[in-house]
Design a protein around this ligand. Structure first.
Ligand code: 3HC
Ligand code: NAI
Length: 695
């Protein structure tokens, strides 16, 4: 029997004693106004219907409620509020059972936590990921979670924002039962009937205080947690606010008092700059996957086997991505010894993950079993996608693509992991099928870094682009499209920053001053620490060294970065960096030779020259159509280079500073920026119009 509940994205039917309230608000059943209205009306109707003794709350489509509707933040609130719907569920006279599939996240999980019982299918995941949006769970989540899992676990969960598997939820008491996959509705109805038959109570999480009392007995719990995670939370506001909420749950006199703290801290965060930037980044990431002339109907290649050429730093890491999702990989190297070395590194990485509890030992073996090696290119003949990751050398890459053209099966996608070379020229070597060639630029370490720049050459077929974008998503990367130019989006902007950083060192700033300013801005490290990590000798050889730059002179002294114990910095055995007198000496000598006198350079100039030069280069990239949209540039820098997500990305940051301010400052700095520096016409125009990149 169907019951009319009035407006809202939900329907109510009665089966025996059970009312089934189904929410249907595609694509992810976000708690938009219509969803809240449906929940509220549906619950009220179920309470009013005498035939209904217990209620199952379930969702249609791919997932349970995936959280508040993020697009509604910052707009005037539309009734009913989520609290109203939650109160009706929790305080109502009939047991409510949440039936969870897909992801129950944020406000969606907070609704589930108001239900008296929760069941889930094995593939379901639950979590409070608000911290990733610069927020905290603002619908009672910080107060209910520690009442179930204890304060320590709650601290971990709200600050990491992870999606937790159903079996773990069961162990922690976050769900009460797992029902068979595909039988959620029937399983939840059976569970509800059992609750009725056994006369189980209307269990309210808000009343469970036992775990909080246990936490009160640990006076240093919160201080210890803050201290242990200070580095991870650096620069972010939301983790600290989440911690304060859990603290409030533990120390407040009542549930409602704790909830009031949660409410007020949520309201502070939601209007703040960090959350705005992080919400922008959330949508920017999703936008990046959309390419105007490529849609769901564009054919793509089904990737059943991947070939990778080169088992070095990048090749090995790239291979792991595919093995992680069950796709077999054929690795090709020049010699068996190189192959063995590459596979040994991969094994060590997996064993490290197993030691940290991220994967099991049988999983290490399963993944290793998916990797096979060969010293013959012919072994790539049956691969659907081949990724070349050999030395950064055009002649070598062209030779390889010539061979791939002859060896690979028709329809295979041929990708290069080049970090800066011309993909069109590489494609020209695949004489019979340059359209099969695409750039797939992974970032180091390739098994960890989220970004994948997909580089579309002049002739690249839509199929090749679609395949690269789709497989990127499948292996858990954030894929962004770039056109062809030296360094593509990411490294071209990096080069603009490096030019300024290098120039400032020859004007009087020390490498460690520049690194410190960028670190304090929120970057994981500055350009000189990054160079030391990557190795200063990339592209350098003793024979061709001219000694014209600091880097070359460092290399000439065998200071090639962390791996040699010295680079711009000196390193101790534990790789801790200290400023180096040798580097100081090299800088002073080079300045003397060039007739330069050191001047004081303050932190403001360091920051502005680095970041504004990046913005200027990014504007050129946008203007030239290398990037499809400003937000793609931000996606690249946040996910590939560690630009602090609470500052959105270089384009978002530029808008927050004001384009006029940036242009005036760059004009004032013109004598320092060097003769090669020119202002982007797009930046100039937008600044003059009072426009923005991301608005
Ligand atoms: N609000 C509004 N739109 C949302 C949304 C949300 N919470 N979650 C997803 N969407 C949109 C996406 O923007 C995308 O739109 P598009 O098709 O126009 O680009 C569409 O839904 C599908 O999303 P995905 O491409 O991400 O789909 P997936 O299947 O890959 O992932 C998901 C699904 C895991 C639910 C993922 O979308 C996600 O993580 N969503 C955000 C979850 C979240 O952070 N929830 C907490 C919100 S804050 C909150 O609840 C505050 C509360 O405490 C008061
Ligand atoms: P690497 O030197 O660690 O590995 C290259 C591997 O290719 C070596 O093991 C070498 O034996 C192998 N190789 C060379 N010629 C070969 C051939 N003809 N057939 C089969 N194997 C061959 O280099 P790395 O760092 O892995 O770089 C590879 C590519 O990835 C380069 O194009 C580089 O620009 C790019 N890249 C590198 C990044 C980094 O941070 N290291 C980041 C992103 C891209």
């Amino acid at each position: 029997m169907k019951i009319d509940i009035g407006p809202g994205a939900a329907t109510l039917v009665v089966e025996g004693d059970i009312g089934i309230l189904s929410v249907n608000h595609p694509p992810v059943n976000a708690l938009s106004q219509v969803t809240r209205q449906g929940l509220l009306n549906g619950m009220r109707a179920a309470h009013a219907e005498p035939a209904i003794k217990a209620i199952v709350l379930i969702c249609e489509g791919r997932t349970f409620l995936a959280g508040a509707d993020i697009t509604e933040f910052g707009k005037p609130p539309q009734p009913p509020s989520l609290y109203e719907a939650q109160d009706v569920i929790e305080m109502g006279p009939k047991p409510v059972i949440a039936a969870i599939h897909g992801t129950s996240l944020g406000g969606g999980f907070e609704v589930a936590l108001c239900c008296h019982y929760r069941v889930a299918v094995p593939s379901a995941k639950c979590g409070l990921p608000e911290v990733h949006l610069g927020l905290l769970p603002g619908a009672g989540g910080t107060q209910r979670l520690p009442r179930i899992v204890g304060a320590s676990k709650a601290l971990e969960m709200v600050t990491a924002g992870n999606h937790v598997r159903a079996d773990e939820c069961l162990t922690m008491g976050l769900v009460d039962a797992i029902v068979p996959e595909g039988s959620l509705r029937a399983g939840a109805i059976a569970f509800a009937q059992q609750v009725l038959d056994e006369g189980r109570p209307l269990r309210k999480v808000r009343d469970a205080d036992e775990k909080l009392l246990a936490a009160r007995a640990q006076p240093s719990l919160f201080a210890d947690f803050r201290q242990a995670n200070a580095r991870r939370f650096r620069g972010f506001l939301a983790p600290e606010y989440n911690i304060r909420c859990i603290e409030a749950a533990v120390h407040s006199a009542s549930f409602d008092a704790g909830k009031a703290v949660e409410r007020s801290l949520f309201l502070e965060l939601v209007v703040g700059e960090q959350s705005k930037a992080q919400r922008y980044a959330f949508f920017a990431e999703r936008q990046a996957g959309k390419i105007p002339d490529i849609d769901a109907d564009t054919p793509s290649v089904k990737v059943a086997r991947v070939g990778i050429i080169g088992a070095g730093t990048m090749g090995g890491g790239i291979a792991m991505n595919f093995a992680n999702v069950g796709i077999p990989v054929t690795l090709v190297e020049t010699a068996q010894s190189a192959l063995d070395k590459g596979l040994a590194v991969v094994r060590r990485n997996y064993e490290g993950s197993a030691k940290r509890g991220r994967i099991s030992l049988p999983q290490v073996e399963q993944r290793m079993a998916l990797l096979s090696g060969s010293t013959e290119m012919q072994a790539l003949a049956d691969c659907d996608l081949v990724i070349e990751a050999v030395f950064e050398n055009m002649a070598l890459k062209k030779d390889i693509f010539g061979q791939l053209d002859r060896i690979c099966k028709p329809g295979a996608v041929l990708a290069t992991n080049t970090s800066a070379l011309n993909v069109n020229e590489i494609a020209s070597a695949a004489v019979s099928r340059p359209e099969a060639v695409v750039g797939m630029h992974f970032f180091s370490p390739a098994n960890v870094m989220k970004l994948l720049e997909v580089v579309r050459g002049e002739l690249t077929a839509k199929t090749a682009v679609a395949t690269a974008m789709q497989i990127g998503r499948k292996i858990g990367k954030v894929a962004a499209l770039s056109g062809v130019c030296p360094g593509f989006i990411g490294n071209r902007i990096l080069a603009a920053r490096s030019r300024q950083a290098q120039a400032m060192v020859l004007e009087g700033a020390m490498p460690w001053d520049i690194d410190r300013v960028l670190y304090d801005f929120g970057m994981p490290m500055g350009p000189f620490a990054m160079s030391d990590l990557a190795g200063l000798d990339i592209g350098w050889s003793r024979e061709s060294s001219t000694g014209a730059t600091i880097r070359e002179r460092l290399c000439e002294q065998d200071r090639r970065g962390q791996k040699t114990g010295a680079g711009y910095y000196d390193y101790d055995a534990a790789r801790n960096a200290t400023p180096s007198d040798v580097t100081r000496g090299i800088i002073a000598a080079l300045m003397a030779e060039q007739g330069k006198r050191a001047r004081p350079i303050d932190d403001r100039e360091i920051l502005e020259r680095c970041t504004y030069a990046m913005v200027n280069e990014a504007a050129k990239i946008l203007d030239e159509g290398i990037a499809l949209r400003a937000s793609d540039i931000d996606v690249v820098w946040v996910n590939g280079y560690g630009w602090p997500v609470y500052r959105g990305g270089p384009m978002w940051y530029a808008d927050s500073v004001g384009l006029g301010v940036i242009v005036r400052r760059l004009q004032a700095l013109a004598p320092q920026l060097g003769p090669d520096f020119s202002l982007s016409p797009l930046l100039l125009r937008l600044a003059a119009e009072g426009g923005s990149f991301t608005g």
